[in-house]
Design a protein around this ligand. Structure first.
Ligand code: 1CP
Length: 317
C-alpha cells in the first residue's frame, strides 16, 4: 500500500534530496524503492513505486507532491474551459515509467509486480479541489452543477490513467490495481451515475491484457458491488467492514483484498497478531483473499512489525 517505504530507513536514505515526483521519474531509483520492501519483508508481491498523479504530470498538468500534504495543483480544474485545456497523455512520455517497470520485473525474478493507477474520481477530485480535501465537496458539487463538464473531465482522466496502467502491464506488471481512494464520499447513486462509467473506461485500457484487476477504495462498504461491476476481479476493502461481511455483500463470488487496520500496527504484538489472524479467518470465507493493509502504512510504523505480519501470514511463527 501507499507509503510502505516511508517507514524504512533505507527508503529515507535513497530519497534524501530527491523530491517525490523526481524519484518516480528516475527509473533506477523508482525500481530500487520498489524492491526495498520486498527484500526487507519477504512479501509475495511488489507494488510499483510511483504515484497516481504521475500520469497527470506527464500529460502537462502542473502538480507537485508537497511533503506532509500530498498532491497540490497550481491551477485547479473547475470549468468547461479548464477541462478543454487538458491535453491527452502521449504514451511516449511514459518512457521513464516503462523503464522503471522493466528494470523492476527483471530484478524481482519470480515475485510478481502489481502496477497501479488512480481511478478517475479520485484524480478528478484532486484536480477540482486543487489538492487533498476531507470530503471532495467541490468535486461532488461539480458533478451535479455541470454534469457535461464533469463527464468530460472524467473521460479525460480515465484515458490518462488507463494509458499509465496499460504501459505498466505491457512492461511486465502481473496485476493492475485501480485506486479509488476517495470514492467512499459518494452515495451509491452518484457512484453509479457519475463515476462508474469512467472507471470502466479506465479499465477498458487493460482488460485485453488478461491480468487480474484489483479495485480499492476507502469507506466503500456501500459501493463494493458497484466497484466490482466496473470490471474488477478482486475488490479491496478497508478496515471499516470485516471481510466476511464484504464477502456476503458481494454474494460470495469475488476474491477480496484487505484489510488489516493500519492503526493496529502500533498496538502490542498480541493485539495485532489476534487482529491479523481474525482478518485471515474472515478472508477465508471469500473465494480468494489477498492479505494486506486496509490503507497506507503510517510513516512511524516499526518496519519489524511489518516483517512479523508477513512471517505470521506465511505460517513461520
Ligand atoms: O508504498 C508505496 O510507496 C507504493 C507507491 C504509491 C502508491 C500505490 C505511492 C507513493 N502513492 C500511491 C498511490 C496513491 N497516491 C493513492 C492511492 C492509494 C491510497 O489511497 O493510499 C493516493 C490517494 C495518492 C495521493 C497521495 N500521494 C497522497 C494522499 C494525499 C491525501 O489526499 O491524503 C500522498 C501523501 C502522496 C505522496 C506519496 N505517494 C507515494 C509516497 C511514498 C508518498 C509520500 C511521499 C513522501 O513522503 O515523500
Amino acid at each position: 500500500m501507499r507509503q510502505a517505504g516511508r517507514s524504512l530507513p533505507e527508503y529515507r536514505e535513497v530519497r534524501r534530496g530527491v523530491t517525490m515526483l523526481a524519484s518516480c521519474l528516475e527509473p533506477e531509483l523508482a525500481s530500487e524503492i520498489t524492491l526495498q520492501p520486498v527484500r526487507r519483508h519477504g512479501v509475495d508481491a511488489a507494488i510499483f513505486f510511483s504515484d497516481i498523479v504521475v500520469p497527470l504530470l506527464l500529460a502537462g498538468v502542473d502538480v507537485d507532491i508537497v511533503p506532509g500534504t500530498g498532491p497540490v495543483f497550481a491551477e485547479p480544474v473547475r470549468t468547461a474551459d479548464d477541462v478543454a485545456r487538458l491535453a491527452p497523455l502521449d504514451p511516449a512520455a511514459l518512457a521513464p515509467v516503462v523503464e522503471a517497470v522493466e528494470r523492476t520485473v527483471a530484478a524481482l525474478g519470480g515475485t510478481p509486480l502489481i502496477g497501479f493507477a488512480g481511478a478517475p474520481f479520485t484524480l478528478a477530485s484532486y484536480l477540482v479541489e486543487g489538492g487533498p480535501s476531507k470530503d471532495q465537496l467541490r468535486a461532488r458539487t461539480l458533478m451535479h452543477a455541470d454534469p457535461a463538464t464533469w463527464g468530460a473531465l472524467m473521460d479525460w482522466a480515465a484515458d490518462v490513467t488507463g494509458t499509465f496502467l496499460r504501459a505498466q502491464v505491457m512492461a511486465g506488471a502481473s496485476a493492475a490495481q485501480l485506486f479509488d481512494s476517495w470514492a467512499g464520499s459518494l452515495s451509491l447513486a452518484d457512484y453509479e451515475a457519475h463515476v462508474a462509467p469512467a472507471s470502466s473506461r479506465a479499465l477498458a485500457h487493460v482488460v485485453d491484457l488478461g491480468v487480474p484487476i484489483v479495485h480499492f477504495g476507502t469507506g466503500t462498504g456501500e459501493l463494493l458491488g458497484a466497484m466490482r461491476d466496473v470490471g474488477a476481479d478482486v475488490v479491496g476493502v478497508d478496515h471499516r467492514i470485516p471481510l466476511d461481511e464484504a464477502n456476503r455483500r458481494l454474494g460470495g463470488t469475488t476474491p477480496l483484498q484487505g484489510n488489516i487496520d493500519p492503526a493496529l500496527l502500533g498496538a502490542p504484538w498480541p493485539v495485532l497478531e489476534a487482529h491479523v489472524l481474525d482478518v485471515i479467518g474472515r478472508g477465508a470465507t471469500a473465494p480468494g483473499h489477498v492479505l494486506n493493509l486496509g490503507h497506507g502504512v503510517p510513516p512511524q510504523t516499526d518496519p519489524d512489525v511489518l516483517t512479523r505480519i508477513v512471517r505470521l501470514a506465511h505460517g513461520e511463527r
